[in-house]
Design a protein around this ligand. Structure first.
Ligand SMILES: Cc1cc2nc3c(=O)[nH]c(=O)nc-3n(C[C@H](O)[C@H](O)[C@H](O)COP(=O)(O)OP(=O)(O)OC[C@H]3O[C@@H](n4cnc5c(N)ncnc54)[C@H](O)[C@@H]3O)c2cc1C
Length: 423
């Protein structure tokens, strides 16, 4: 691949679980909401809907498994079932997926199911959830209103943060205007995502968030840049934004807001949920294969399936642990900065554990599945080969080493006994 990501897009999958009721003012954050959460009981129908759509996506995944493919019909179903507006706060007609702390458990289950159906679909939908959280956290009221309407109009959002040496810069063009130069890489959902965050560097080095309305922008898309072994249907192309003009009103939040912790790193539990969905699909496919082959009485196959079941359950428990940490950090609406009783470093450390553990679980699941099914099971039309290709690529998320050493760094400076590390 000719380009290397210069800026660590460890931050790409950041999650801002902070409430839309929290508004940054010149004096810092102010809170304008009611502390009661009308949505404590998460809407189970959303999870049921996600399972149905995932089943359809799984049956259709081979059809879109090509460069140039995209799960467009699946997105139509997601839109139809209300998933494009689900990340909006209930005040705006949504279900508070993602950003309301008591919604995080169901958000992760939904992401896992969508990932089970098709990892490319999960990748793009996770970006949609992330982007709407960022808008509602850092956007001004008019921006929140505008983009909430866009979500209601079924526009897909995304976060295109990764870039190579020729990354995006905002050049002041006078009268509060900016002109963009440079490109983004790995722009998932390219051609379908109409409201991407295309963060870029200001002349003083600040990292500024903004959304480009793609139908109004003239950009140069390089689909040939995307020649991957897996995740083909995620349409993660390179896009050159040179020449696109913005006004100051298009900028979202303050420079550096994107990197605010702990929510930036806490967001990794969302992509881990999608990845675990791929492992779940592999489990199902492997078991069906063995059942169809009449190979379920073999003790070695039984031992491998036993290990796979254990690994999968560990993944589920990690997600539950991650959700519990989010709720513990921000038990009401998620994240009054400085008001939480819990150290934000604890949430960051725990999220890094979730991501690291689930990556290993997925790797173990792939190896076990391959040994179960052998060569024949890896040939299409059996779905295992595609799921393994997709999962192998999607597991490559940025800054793996930093995540792991970050956990070690965190626990090494603690002094309380091990039993209290995450309590
Ligand atoms: C299917 C898919 C879809 C994607 N979609 C999007 C998207 O929509 N938007 C977006 O912004 N991004 C997207 N990405 C990009 C993604 O977030 C990562 O930026 C990308 O996968 C790069 O990962 P990497 O493994 O090359 O990362 P790297 O960070 O390069 O990591 C590779 C290895 O090098 C190590 N490493 C990192 N930095 C250093 C260093 N300085 N010195 C030594 N070692 C180092 C890491 O710890 C790791 O072990 C997507 C990626 C994939 C695979």
């Amino acid at each position: 691949m000719p380009y290397q990501t210069m800026r660590s897009s460890f931050y790409v999958d950041a999650m801002a679980v902070i409430s839309p009721h929290l508004k940054q003012t010149n004096a810092g954050y102010s809170y304008s909401g009611d502390l009661s959460d009308p949505l404590v009981d998460a809407p189970a129908h959303l999870l049921d809907g996600a399972i149905d759509i995932a089943n359809y996506a799984a049956s259709h995944a081979a059809d879109v498994d090509c460069v140039g493919g995209f799960p467009a019909k699946e997105f139509e179903r997601l839109a139809e079932a209300g998933f494009l507006i689900a990340p909006l706060h209930s005040d705006r007609g949504g279900s508070g997926l993602g950003f309301q702390s008591k919604r995080i458990g169901i958000t992760l289950q939904i992401l896992k199911q969508i990932g089970r159906g098709n990892l490319s679909l999960g990748r793009v939908y996770e970006g949609h959830v992330n982007a709407l959280q960022l808008v509602q956290t850092f956007g001004s009221l008019p921006q929140v209103r505008k983009f909430a309407q866009d979500a209601r109009d079924r526009k897909i959002f995304g976060v295109w943060n990764a870039e190579a040496e020729d990354g995006v810069k905002l050049l002041p063009a006078g009268e509060g205007r900016y002109r963009l130069t440079g490109s983004k890489t790995f722009c998932s959902g390219c051609g379908y995502v109409e409201r991407p965050f295309v963060n870029g560097t200001l002349p003083d080095g600040g990292w500024q968030m903004f959304i480009v309305p793609m139908e109004q922008a003239s950009v140069k898309v390089d689909p040939d840049w995307w020649q991957p072994p897996g995740m083909k249907a995620s349409a993660s192309y390179k896009v050159d934004f040179t020449g696109v003009e913005l006004t100051a009103g298009d900028l979202i939040g303050q420079p550096g807001d994107y990197f605010r912790q702990p929510w930036l790193t806490a967001g990794v539990i969302r992509f881990a949920a999608v990845q675990l969905g791929g492992a779940e699909a592999l489990f199902d496919a492997t078991r069906i294969y063995l059942q169809n082959m009449g190979r379920i009485d073999h003790p070695h196959q039984q031992a491998r399936l036993g290990k796979m079941a254990i690994a999968l359950e560990q993944g589920h428990l990690w997600l539950q642990g991650g959700a519990a940490q989010v709720e513990r950090y921000a038990p009401v609406f998620g994240g009054l900065p400085g008001k939480s009783q819990t150290d934000p470093a604890q949430l960051v450390g725990y999220a890094n554990m979730v991501r690291t553990a689930i990556e290993q679980i997925c790797i173990d699941m792939m190896q076990l599945a391959e040994r179960c099914i052998g060569t024949r099971g890896l040939l299409p039309p059996h779905p295992m080969e595609r799921i393994i290709r997709d999962l192998t690529l999607y597991l490559r998320q940025p800054a793996f080493d930093i995540a792991l050493t970050g956990v070690g760094e965190h626990v090494l400076v603690q002094t309380e006994p091990a039993r209290e590390l995450w309590s």
